[in-house]
Write a protein that binds this ligand. Structure first.
Ligand SMILES: [Zn+2]
Length: 49
């Protein structure tokens, strides 16, 4: 599955990795956000077929 980031218009296949490497989110922040809500980044990414 590929995703298009709506913020930076870049394609990626791993949303957490994208948030960490491109948007400089800390790994612990991303992990805690995903733990709280697994779909928390869905609105920021578009699924590509
Ligand atoms: Zn992005």
């Amino acid at each position: 599955m590929k995703y298009l980031c709506k913020t930076c218009k870049t394609k990626c296949d791993d949303i957490p990795k994208h948030m960490i490497t491109v948007h400089k989110f800390s790994k612990s922040l991303v992990e805690s956000q995903l733990k709280a809500k697994a779909t928390c980044y869905d609105n920021a990414f578009e699924k590509l077929e």
